[in-house]
Design a protein around this ligand. Structure first.
Ligand SMILES: [Zn+2]
Length: 79
């Protein structure tokens, strides 16, 4: 299946399946999390590349959750 395919990086395999061990959330959204919803259901996040790296943005609160500076480096990735 396409979701299980992996890209071979420069020195190791990069999985295309969900390997997240620690989820990133908007702190304000977590403060407002309804009792009948999971963080995944409640999240309103956008993820995208920026001029310096990659950013996670909360659509509900129009605020930065995380912005990673790649410091000019290129990193192997799977898509
Ligand atoms: Zn939020």
């Amino acid at each position: 299946m396409a979701g299980e395919m992996a890209y071979i990086g420069t020195d190791r395999v990069i999985s295309s399946t969900n390997k997240i061990t620690s989820f990133s959330h908007c702190g304000q959204c977590m403060d407002e999390l309804p009792e009948d919803q999971s963080p995944r259901e409640w999240a309103q996040l956008e993820v995208g590349f920026t001029d310096i790296g990659i950013q996670i943005w909360c659509k509900r609160h129009e605020r930065n959750v995380m912005h990673v500076d790649f410091q000019g480096q290129k990193h192997p990735a799977s898509f």
